[in-house]
Ligand binder design. Sequence first.
Ligand SMILES: [Zn+2]
Length: 145
Amino acid sequence: MKRQFKLNFELIPDSCWFSNLRSALPAGAWDIIRKKAYARAGGKCMICGEKTARLEAHERWEFDDERGVQKLVDVIAVCRPCHEVIHIGRTALMGREREAAERFMAVNGCTYSEFRAALGEANEKHRERSAKEWLLDVSELDKFM
Ligand SMILES: [Zn+2]
């Protein structure tokens, strides 16, 4: 059986519109969404549960590979070390892959080979998804405002 981890890689297809979401929202909207997520978190990372003075907002997407639809399903507040794991591609480009690997293993209580296997799987999925165009579904955006 495949192990379920608490902290996972959430790689966004290269072909998607994600990076523009914040700027595409009406003025001030992202700020409202972000602050609501922080309020829900109550000063703790919503993934690892550690207290932190500095939370970051993270958008969660669901990918419908059949229909090619990328849907916004949640906006959560996470600590920076967990956020770096989630976006490991970007983190590796900044030369921090080792820290992210350590964080992944610590939060998930897993081995280095489990980390490598999970990363390999995430990269594979990322390659597949980056090869096609995605339609963006933000119909539930109101839920977060
Ligand atoms: Zn965390």
